[in-house]
Design a protein around this ligand. Structure first.
Ligand code: NCD
Ligand code: ZN
Length: 355
């Protein structure tokens, strides 16, 4: 799609936030975090570490490790990690509420057990979590959902739509005021669910799901760096996501789901799910909004709708994006022989951040 010629060449927006991000731990954390922190003021930090973030103590310790991993100069040093609680079958509503009241975490994350990377300790049956949902509804704590069923009889491309039908619809019916973010939506059904629900329901959309459809995973051969969960769907779904993201609706906002894995863990017999977009995330989104002739709605999507949903103010600072050249690194070195391959590695993007 060609950008209409009247599209602006520069755009200034409140500094964006990333409402779904994996930063990992240790050397990987130290490597990937600066890419996000240089651009985004805040990010919702996913709790799916090998030892998942299930208690306020673990969340507090992880938050400190993140702050310690920040570069100590400029914008990046002011980055604010917003922590989340990893829900398990054992999570107690009282502990959840206490961590929320103390400001240790701002939301809870629901992974159906074995739905994706790092979800082995997730929830066996999301319909059985009534007391947790009730407490979260009462205190206004957002529930962030990886919305895929794990039933092996359900085709992998249908798992989001079936989750909406079997799990999300009854949960929202029973807890109509529960604040829910359906994360990284990939389908028309996801868009329609959000559009048909109340203001307490929103969704995040990744850059990669706006850019690739499922063919991209098999372009000329198997492409492990284009594999993530939920897996990219048919073109008709991608177009629907682009419509929703660029519509200006405050119910859809930016969540990269940037999920770095060592190259060796992806290029393997059983490669990990996850796409690393943090190396040039806002530039990827800018390209999509430009192509859709909707740059005027980028600020709502990237900088206003998220804070609004979480009851926060948009960031005071602003950033300017301009037509230009952003090279995406071919490879990001971590340590030893460990490295990560970014989405669009080696390409040059046609938007850049101006200081
Ligand atoms: C994520 C990861 O690697 O942690 N992977 C992914 O494909 N998105 C987990 C997740 O968010 O599903
Ligand atoms: Zn994720």
């Amino acid at each position: 799609m060609n950008p209409p010629s009247e599209n602006p060449d520069t755009i200034t927006i409140h500094r964006p936030d990333d409402w779904h991000l994996h930063v990992r731990d240790g050397a990987m954390l130290k490597t990937v975090l600066p890419y996000t922190a240089r651009v985004f003021a805040r990010a919702i930090i996913m709790p799916n570490l090998p030892d998942p973030v299930t208690t306020p103590a673990k969340a507090g310790a992880y938050r400190r490790r993140i702050l310690d991993a920040l570069p100590d100069d400029g914008v990046a040093s002011r980055f604010l990690p917003l922590m989340t609680c990893y829900l398990t079958d054992e999570t107690g509503p009282a502990m959840l509420a206490e961590g929320f009241a103390d400001g240790v975490w701002v939301a809870a994350k629901l992974y159906p057990a074995h739905a994706t990377t790092g979800s082995a300790h997730g929830v066996t049956d999301p319909l059985e979590l009534g007391s947790v949902y009730e407490k979260m509804q009462e205190i206004g704590m957002p529930l962030l959902i990886h919305g895929e069923v794990t039933d092996p009889d359900v085709d992998i491309f249908d798992r989001e739509a079936v989750f909406i039908e079997r799990i999300l619809t009854p949960v929202i019916k029973d807890f109509p005021e529960l604040r829910v973010v359906l994360e990284h939506i990939t389908t028309r059904e996801g868009v329609q669910f959000v559009e048909g629900a109340g203001n307490n329901v929103a969704a995040t959309i990744t850059a990669h799901h706006l850019i690739i459809n499922r063919n991209a995973m098999f372009q000329g051969g198997i492409r492990p760096h284009r594999y993530c969960l939920p897996v990219a769907k048919r073109e008709e779904h991608r177009l629907e996501l682009r419509r929703a993201a660029t519509s200006g609706s405050p119910r859809f906002f930016l969540g990269t789901d940037s999920a770095p894995h060592a190259i060796g863990d992806k290029e393997a017999d059983c490669g990990c799910a996850g796409i690393f977009t943090a190396a040039a995330a806002i530039e990827l989104y800018a390209r999509v909004f430009d192509e859709e002739g909707a740059l005027e709605n980028l600020e709502t999507f990237a900088s206003r709708a998220g804070p609004d949903f979480y009851g926060l103010e948009p960031n005071d600072e602003r950033i300017t994006l301009a037509r230009g050249e952003t090279p995406v690194p071919k490879i990001v070195e971590v340590e030893g022989d460990i490295a990560v391959r970014p989405f669009g590695a080696g390409r040059t993007l046609n938007w850049e951040i101006r200081d």
